[in-house]
Design a protein around this ligand. Structure first.
Ligand SMILES: [Fe+2]
Length: 244
């Protein structure tokens, strides 16, 4: 069985298309949340997920967009891009896709011939917001009582794989937005139970053209170019230094 595991697409249709082009064949596609915010094409990403994904779970950004949560920080370029994109999302997202976002499950178990999967955006302690570290002790505590062969998480935008006891913990990283700023999409293919971490490049010029086409003003296009090519620090994003 071939499972395509994606997370944190963040309205980046350019990157998602690149992944689909590289991985046209799969038996199941699991998406670990954050379809929206930051990028220029939320409708296209949501429609792709609705057509191609076996399961999609809710990320904190899906929650914020669907529940009309007003962002309260606007200091850094990362915040400004998020806030600007969210307003455009609210203006332009189809009612059907907004409704779809609002109904995404927070966590989901799924079983196939390779085993039992638990899908969560962040961690079992706080499925939407907690930033995980790479430390085994952190995960041992959070996996207590979890009955699954695979626990799949996203949120940190950093690929990570580890065996914790009998559980395979897999974070595929982000399709749409690398913290380090490379224009690459990270994802995982689970082939017959074995996770393979993959990375492919997407075209930054094509992405910036989509920002322009979606109505992002010039300054926001420049900010987007910086965020997608130079990255941002954890402090830029308002994430504690010790977060994973
Ligand atoms: Fe995210």
């Amino acid at each position: 069985m071939r499972i395509l595991l994606l997370s944190d697409i963040h309205a980046n249709w350019t990157a998602l298309q690149a992944v689909h082009h590289a991985e046209p064949e799969f038996d199941a596609c699991l998406i670990l949340g954050d379809l929206v915010d930051f990028g220029p094409q939320p409708d296209k990403v949501i429609e792709w997920a609705r057509q191609n994904a076996t399961l999609v779970i809710r990320g904190n950004h899906d929650q914020s967009v669907a529940q009309f949560i007003q962002p309260h920080k606007n200091e850094t370029m990362w915040h400004r891009l998020r806030n600007y994109s969210r307003i455009l999302h609210w203006q332009n997202l189809s009612a059907e896709n907004l409704d779809y976002l609002s109904r995404l499950p927070v966590r989901k178990y799924w079983t196939c011939e390779d085993g039992r999967f638990l899908l969560i955006h962040a961690t079992p302690f706080d499925p939407l917001h907690e930033y995980s570290t790479d430390e085994k002790a952190f995960w041992k505590l959070r996996l207590q009582g979890i009955d699954a062969d695979f626990v799949c998480i996203g949120h940190t935008h950093r690929p990570y794989g580890e065996s914790i006891g009998s559980v395979k913990l897999i974070n595929p990283g982000s399709v749409g937005q690398q913290k380090a700023g490379e224009c690459v999409a990270n994802y995982v293919v689970i082939q017959d139970g074995h996770p393979e971490f993959r990375q492919i490049h997407f075209d930054i010029e094509e992405l910036i053209a989509e920002f322009e086409a979606a109505g992002f003003e010039q300054e926001m296009q420049q900010i987007a170019r910086k965020v997608y090519t130079k990255g941002f620090t954890l402090e830029d994003a308002g994430i504690p230094k010790n977060a994973g």
